[in-house]
Design a protein around this ligand. Structure first.
Ligand code: SAH
Ligand code: SF4
Ligand code: F3S
Length: 469
C-alpha cells in the first residue's frame, strides 16, 4: 500500500485560487451574486471540511444560503459510517431533482466520505444524472477546479481516485462559529477496526505540523474563540509521522500556553494509545477541559479482538481508572456498538457491566451496520435483527438511568459555563467544562462568555440553572 502523504504546496493552492477568480469573474459578467448551499452529514471532521468548502465558495463570489431551493450550487458533504447515513443522503439527493427542475442552472456536488466508495460513485454515474460532480475527501482542495470545469465545460466531473491522502494548508475557512471552533490536527486513520469504513475513505494517518496548528489556534483565540476542539480520528497517534516527532500531549500543552481565556477539547481518543502522559497533561492545565471521549465499542475482550481494537476489557478499565484518578471531575463519554457479528448474549452482558462499572456521563450507541469492503461485513452474523434491537434498547435504558443519576448530582453545584446561544424556546444555552448542556434565563450580553451558573434541575439529557450574580 502506498502510504506517502502528499503535501499540497502553495503553487498548487494558488492554482485553485486562480479558479476561484475565474468563477467570480464568470458571475460578475452576468451581474449576479450567485448563492451556494452546503449540507453536512456525519462527524465534526465533515463539519470542519464544510467550513473549507464554504471558504472556497465565498472566495469564488458565492453568498452562502441555508436552503437548496434556488441555490446556484448545492454541495452534499456526506458520511459513510452506517447504512442509514447513506440512505438519507440518497433520499435527499433524489429530492434535489425537484430543486434543479425549478432552477435548471443549479449545479449539484456530492463529496465527503461516501464519495470515496466506488459503489456510490458508480450509482451516481448511472442513476443520478442531475449530480454534476463527485469528489472524495482527497480532492477537497481541488473544489474550485471541479466547480469551474462544471461551469465551463458543462460536463460532469468525477474526482474520485483513491490516494493515501494529502495535507493542504491555507484553504480559506468560513467558520460556523467564532466562539466554538474546530481545528483538524490530523487526517485519516491507520487502525482498520474491522467494522469501519473510515480508513478506506479518508486515507492514511497524517499529522499537520505543530507550528501550523499553533498559528491557527492563536489566530482563533485572537478572534474571540473560547473553545477549540482538536479533531482527528485518533488524536493520540498525532505526530508519529512528523519529521521531528511531537506527541499529542505535547501539542495540547503547547496550545494551553496560548494566552487568553478558552477551553481546549479534543476527539477522538483511541484507548489503545491513551497514555498516562496525556491524562497527566490534561490534569495539569486549566485550559484543557476535563472531558474525555474514549470509545470502548464493546465490553467483551473476544469481540474487541474481532474488532481489531488492540486493547481488552481490563486494559480499557485500567486506562479509565487512571484517568479518573488524576481528574476526579472527569466527564467521560464513549461510543459503543451493539450486535457486532457473532456477539453472544453473554458478550453483550459484558458490555452492560462495563457501562455500569465506568458510569459514563453519556454514550453514543450504534447497532452494527455492515460496510461493503470491511472485514466485518463478511463475518457470519447469526443474531436476528429483533434480538439486536432488544439489546440496543436495554443498553439505552441502562445508560439513560446512569446519565440521569449523574445529572441529578449536579443539583446545587455552581459551575463555570460557556454561554453559547439560545434554544428554540428562548432560553440561554451554555456548556459546562465537561460539555454538559445547561439552560437558564438571561440577557443576550451573556452570550460568548464564561459565567457561573448554579444548577437547579436535571434530566437525562440536560441541566437547568440560574445565573450566579
Ligand atoms: N475514530 C473514532 C470513531 C469514528 S466513527 C474512534 O475510533 O473512536 C464513530 C463511531 O461510529 C465509532 O466509534 C463506532 O462506534 C461507530 N461505527 C463505526 N463504524 C460502524 C459500523 N459499521 N456500524 C455501527 N457503528 C459504527
Ligand atoms: Fe474507524 Fe477505528 Fe479508525 Fe476510529 S480508529 S476511524 S473506528 S478504523
Ligand atoms: Fe462519517 Fe466520514 Fe466522519 S464516514 S463519521 S463523516 S469520517
Amino acid at each position: 500500500m502506498d502510504t506517502k502523504t502528499t503535501v499540497i504546496d502553495e503553487a498548487q493552492l494558488s492554482q485553485q485560487f486562480a479558479y476561484c477568480d475565474k468563477i467570480a469573474a464568470y458571475w460578475q459578467q452576468q451581474n449576479t451574486t450567485p448563492t451556494a448551499y452546503v449540507e453536512t452529514y456525519g462527524c465534526q471532521q465533515n463539519e470542519a471540511d464544510s467550513e473549507k468548502l464554504r471558504g472556497f465558495l465565498v472566495q469564488s463570489g458565492y453568498a452562502i444560503t441555508d436552503t437548496a431551493e434556488g441555490a446556484d450550487v448545492v454541495v452534499m458533504n456526506t458520511c459513510a459510517i452506517r447504512e442509514h447515513a447513506e440512505q438519507r443522503v440518497f433520499g435527499n439527493l433524489g429530492a434535489l431533482t425537484h430543486t434543479k427542475h425549478r432552477h435548471p442552472a443549479q449545479k449539484i456536488f456530492l463529496c465527503g466520505c461516501m464519495a470515496g466508495e466506488t459503489k456510490v460513485s458508480d450509482r451516481i454515474k448511472k442513476s443520478f444524472p442531475h449530480v454534476d460532480g463527485v469528489f472524495s475527501t482527497h480532492h477537497l482542495w481541488q473544489f474550485p477546479e471541479i466547480l469551474w470545469n462544471v461551469l465551463d465545460r458543462k460536463k460532469r466531473q468525477f474526482y474520485i481516485t483513491d490516494e493515501p491522502g494529502s495535507i493542504a494548508e491555507g484553504i480559506p475557512q468560513i467558520r460556523d462559529s467564532k466562539l466554538k471552533t474546530w481545528v483538524s490536527i490530523m487526517y485519516g486513520c491507520n487502525n482498520f477496526c474491522t467494522y469501519c469504513i473510515v480508513p478506506y475513505v479518508r486515507g492514511r494517518e497524517r499529522s499537520r505540523k505543530p507550528e501550523d496548528i499553533l498559528a491557527e489556534c492563536r489566530e482563533l483565540v485572537a478572534n474571540g474563540a473560547k473553545e477549540i476542539t482538536l479533531l482527528g480520528q485518533n488524536v493520540n497517534s498525532y505526530g508519529k509521522d512528523l519529521e521531528s516527532p511531537m506527541d499529542f500531549a505535547d501539542l495540547l500543552a503547547a496550545i494551553a500556553e496560548i494566552p487568553g481565556e478558552f477551553w481546549i477539547r479534543f476527539m477522538t481518543s483511541h484507548p489503545r494509545d491513551a497514555s498516562k502522559k496525556l491524562f497527566d497533561t490534561m490534569a495539569s492545565h486549566d485550559k484543557i477541559a476535563k472531558q474525555l471521549h474514549l470509545p470502548f465499542q464493546s465490553g467483551s475482550s473476544r469481540v474487541l479482538k474481532a474488532m481489531n481494537r488492540h486493547y481488552d476489557r481490563e486494559k480499557y478499565l485500567e486506562t479509565v481508572r487512571y484517568a479518573k484518578s488524576v481528574m476526579p471531575d472527569l466527564v467521560l463519554t464513549s461510543d459503543v456498538i451493539v450486535g457486532f457479528p457473532g456477539e453472544t448474549e453473554e458478550e453483550f452482558q459484558e458490555t452492560m457491566t462495563l457501562i455500569q462499572e465506568v458510569h459514563y456521563d453519556a454514550l453514543f450507541t450504534f447497532i452494527f451496520s455492515p460496510r461493503v469492503g470491511t472485514p466485518a461485513a463478511a463475518m457470519e452474523d447469526p443474531t436476528p435483527k429483533a434480538e439486536k434491537n432488544r439489546r440496543f434498547d436495554d443498553l439505552c435504558n441502562l445508560q439513560n438511568q446512569i446519565s440521569e443519576e449523574i445529572h441529578k448530582n449536579y443539583i446545587g453545584k455552581t459551575m463555570r459555563c460557556l454561554v453559547d446561544g439560545r434554544d428554540d424556546k428562548g432560553q440561554l444555552t451554555a456548556r459546562t467544562e465537561g460539555g454538559r448542556l445547561v439552560r437558564f434565563d438571561g440577557g443576550d450580553s451573556l452570550i460568548g462568555n464564561f459565567h457561573n451558573i448554579t444548577i437547579t434541575g436535571a434530566t437525562t439529557w440536560s441541566l437547568s440553572g440560574v445565573l450566579q450574580a
